[in-house]
Design a protein around this ligand. Structure first.
Ligand code: ADP
Ligand code: ZN
Length: 202
């Protein structure tokens, strides 16, 4: 993770687009902490229920570790094991801003906090509490996926609604219709605005 040795408590953020390997990296760090016989507690946001169900963190390649599903930072605070030495949280972009204070106080009380999330939304703009978490962390790793169009490192989430690039002002929660996401680089990322549509998406 880092070239230097951290002591006491600290916060490490794993940021990046979907498919960049954040969950894989959380799972790897959690497994290593367990091998080191640390007491580890893992949480993940409810909003992401892929593969192994909501009581686990799963990566897109199918590996998983058990996790407590939560949908607020207050729920994490309530479910905390006072003996846990390492606290890992996945899908942090969906959590409220109080997660910044909670992780800060955990680190101040000697805990290692591993927190992963998508740092930009489908528009390429900062997502939820991720910018603040990245600012207060001792260590930030920003991972990249592979752009599905050109093969370059991907730093953007391309949202597709009915197979077409979602407009900038499309609702964040889509009611009806099929939506999907792709990893793309900055150059291949498309977020048409209403005045650029020329009727194509209306
Ligand atoms: P994240 O938590 O960041 O969404 P995961 O750890 O769940 O990422 O998944 C990463 C895995 O997704 C990769 O190891 C690879 O097997 C797979 N994958 C699928 N599509 C892509 C892509 N476009 N770029 C990189 N990896 C991809
Ligand atoms: Zn590209």
């Amino acid at each position: 993770m880092t070239a230097f040795q951290l002591t006491g408590g600290w916060i490490e953020v794993i940021a990046g687009v979907m498919f960049s390997g954040k969950s894989e990296e959380v799972i790897r760090r959690v497994r290593r902490a367990m091998i080191a016989r640390k007491r580890v507690q893992v949480f993940k946001s409810h909003l992401d229920g892929r593969y192994a169900g909501i009581h686990a963190i799963s990566s897109h390649d199918g590996r998983s570790v058990e996790a407590v599903p939560v949908d607020s930072s207050a729920q994490i605070a309530q479910s905390l094991d006072p003996m846990a030495q390492v606290i890992a949280i996945d899908e942090a972009q969906f959590l409220d801003n109080a997660i910044v204070e909670l992780t800060t106080s955990l680190a101040a009380r000697g805990r290692r906090v591993i927190i992963a999330g998508t740092d930009t939304d489908f528009r390429g703009e900062p997502f939820g509490p991720m910018p603040q978490l990245m600012a207060v962390a001792e260590v930030v790793d920003k991972l990249h996926a592979i752009c599905v169009l050109c093969g370059s490192p991907a730093s953007r989430n391309q949202r597709l609604v009915e197979g077409r690039p979602a407009r900038y002002d499309s609702p964040v929660i889509q009611v009806g219709g099929t939506e999907s996401y792709e990893a793309r680089c900055r150059a291949c990322h498309q977020i048409p605005r209403r005045d650029e549509d020329q009727g194509r998406l209306l």
